[in-house]
Design a protein around this ligand. Structure first.
Ligand code: PGA
Length: 250
């Protein structure tokens, strides 16, 4: 039995006051929830949230990491720094990073390795665009994105990593994948890892992300290979996020 996990990707939203209120709201109506819960605020708020969340059931993650360990990389933040301020998770390969900041599969794989090397749990995002789906290339694209990490880090690396299938066409669009569409890709991803290591494949958690809301979470999480969610917009509203947390363990 895989332990469900729900992660909130706050993207470039929030302020010190809003973050504190959001977390307070989540904790105030904390559901009977046996899974893991992670919030991923912008870098500048990590340290303060680490302090606020200490002793709470909410864990802390970053939205990205530099692939390099240290040095002349103006504007970047290393995995060691993220660990230093209290992060346990880090998202790598989010489609916004891939599309808007030209991160390719090789760089994402190096970020994944850098994160694990410093004891962070990477949340590796994969997903196809609408054009790729319409062209029947979903498995090819997701397989390629996954293989870049499998080839660099090996299947064993997924013993302490989380995957997130996020179809680009579903992110922030309100157009959620159907449970069957999600299950198809999740099963494909698990099978791809199983081809290298069946035990690891059986234990790795695969999240679905893309327009998850309180109203559609339950049916998505009911699919056999969907182990939770990576939540954008709905993670900014305490009530919605708590309902999604509850759905993950229902
Ligand atoms: P969304 O974003 O839930 O707002 O669609 C998900 C994500 O980008 O992780």
């Amino acid at each position: 039995m895989r332990r469900p996990i729900v992660a909130g990707n706050w993207k470039m939203h929030g302020s010190r006051a809003e973050n504190a209120a959001l977390v307070e709201g989540i904790l105030a109506s904390w559901p009977t929830h046996a899974g893991d819960c992670v919030v991923c605020p912008p870098f500048v708020y990590l340290q303060e949230l680490a302090r606020i969340l200490r002793g709470s059931p909410i864990q802390l993650g970053a939205q990205d990491t530099c692939a390099e360990p240290l040095g002349a990389f103006t504007g970047e933040v290393s995995a060691a720094m993220l660990r230093d301020v209290g992060c346990e998770y880090v998202i790598v390969g989010h489609s916004e990073r891939r599309a808007l900041y030209a991160e390719d599969d090789a760089l994402v794989a190096r970020k994944f390795a850098a994160a694990q090397g410093k004891g962070l749990i990477p949340i590796l995002c994969v997903g196809e665009t609408l054009a790729e789906r319409d062209a029947g290339r979903t498995h090819e694209i997701v397989g390629r994105q996954l293989d870049a990490v499998l080839d660099l880090c090996g299947a064993a690396a997924f013993a302490s990593a989380v995957l997130a299938y996020e179809p680009v066409w579903a992110i922030g669009t309100g157009r959620v994948a159907s449970p069957e569409q999600a299950q198809d890709v999740h099963a494909f991803v698990r099978g791809r890892i199983a081809a290298r290591d069946a035990t690891i494949a059986g234990s790795v958690r695969i999240l679905y992300g893309g327009s998850v809301k309180a109203g559609n979470a339950r049916e998505l999480f009911a699919m056999p290979d969907v182990d939770g969610g990576l939540i954008g917009g709905a993670s900014l509203k305490a009530e919605e996020f708590v309902a999604i947390l509850a759905a993950a363990t229902a």
